[in-house]
Design a protein around this ligand. Sequence first.
Ligand SMILES: [Zn+2]
Ligand SMILES: [Zn+2]
Length: 315
Amino acid sequence: MQRILEPGEIEALDHNAIPRVRLPQRASIFGDRARRLKQLAAGNPIGDYLNLMASLAQAQQQALNGLSGETDSHARDQARNNLAQTHLLPLILATDQVRSPHWQTVLDQLLEQLTKASGLPPALIQLIERIRQTGANQRDSQAEAILRRNNEIVDPASAPFYAAALQVICSDLVTRFDVHDVPLLDTPGLCPCCGSMPVASVVRMDGQSQGHRYLQCGMCAAEWHMVRIKCAYCDSTKGIAYQSIEDEQAAGAAAIKAETCDECHSWLKIFYQEKDPYVEPLADDLASLTLDLLMGETVYARRQGNPLLWQAAEG
Ligand SMILES: [Zn+2]
Ligand SMILES: [Zn+2]
């Protein structure tokens, strides 16, 4: 159940001065992510993949910049905003974006950008060509399946490219709002901007957010505040524990932990900006696959995967 807080509760929240939502920065969301992915690729077991995703993120930034002139969607957003306030919904719904008039164009732009790189492996060239040749209706059903996490229909190899296009659409719409437009949902584990689940969480160290934990949305990249030592999925504050990779000397290992919940047996990564100022939750999540592999051997399940790496086994 979702509800909007009473006016008194909102005031109480305003007084403590913690930014409740950090909207993504339109001019740099994907560019920053691309830079971080490149940085993390060096010496990483999946370095080649991270470099490919860095190129994809760079293409996402260009595509997002290209959507800036689309004023028609801005008007639609405002209408959505009103709906959100009266019906207690997130600002937009990521699951609706397969109806966006722009998403397929963005997908083509991303693929076009990627093919400009030299020395692409033949398998990747074939994959890109296959997505380009896919008909519009079939692309829509694939996007729908990805957004609704319908494992039987999703093609894992092409899923990251579809997800990347949909991320651009979500970020485009969300960054057109003012942070004060974002409703307070009664479902703390869902993105108040687009209704998606978090990809990871981060304890920030910058400005007013210092020392506070934020969940980052896997689709629109908005971050929303959630107190520390609390399960993002069942809201429990009991039975929360932290696990980390044993070798703290391993690159970046000290900046990552798995937050586990004994109430619902979920886990979520938590990054510490204090340990690594350049942390970007989605990029860092992708680059720390080793922790996922280790957690895969425990009783805890990851509820939401990384949109740039489709893993069919997700619960
Ligand atoms: Zn979102
Ligand atoms: Zn839980």
